[in-house]
Design a protein. Structure first.
Length: 142
């Protein structure tokens, strides 16, 4: 089996904020209201090693169609990824890192939020499925 071109070296959450909205009232059928999600993706190379990329993904709640939110939340995941494949132009590496790195961090955030909300009054909150295939970033030097 071939080694993947991108390796996750480390990831963590540096911002974790969750509040069960006290004003939320479940509907008669017990169906939870929908949550919108706002995201900001950051990408930078690491100064002392240009093969290592820092990806940040900031995820927060967003009001959808004036529904009352069950939760107010914000998570920021940080990941350090190493590009280990054949040399290609930096813009192509950046695209690969942005797409795959953001997908890995988002998946981690989705599971983390499910775990956090599993013991809250309004039940589990699952982030919607997301694709980062169209993520286009110009890397900033970190």
């Amino acid at each position: 089996m071939a080694q993947p071109p991108l390796l996750l070296e480390e990831s963590y959450f540096d911002i974790v904020s969750l509040e069960a909205a006290p004003e939320y009232v479940p509907d008669a059928e017990g169906q939870p209201g929908r949550h919108g999600v706002e995201m900001q993706l950051g990408l930078a190379t690491v100064d002392d090693n240009p093969d290592v990329w820092r990806v940040s993904l900031d995820i927060a709640h967003k009001v959808v169609e004036e529904e009352t939110l069950r939760y107010r939340f914000r998570l920021r995941a940080i990941g350090f990824f190493r590009y280990v494949a054949d040399e290609i132009p930096e813009t192509e590496v950046a695209q690969l890192v942005a797409t795959n790195g953001a997908s890995i961090l988002y998946s981690s955030a989705r599971e983390y939020l499910l775990m956090l909300t599993s013991r809250t009054p309004w039940g589990q909150l699952s982030l919607p499925t997301m694709s980062f295939a169209d993520a286009v970033l110009t890397p900033d030097e970190a």
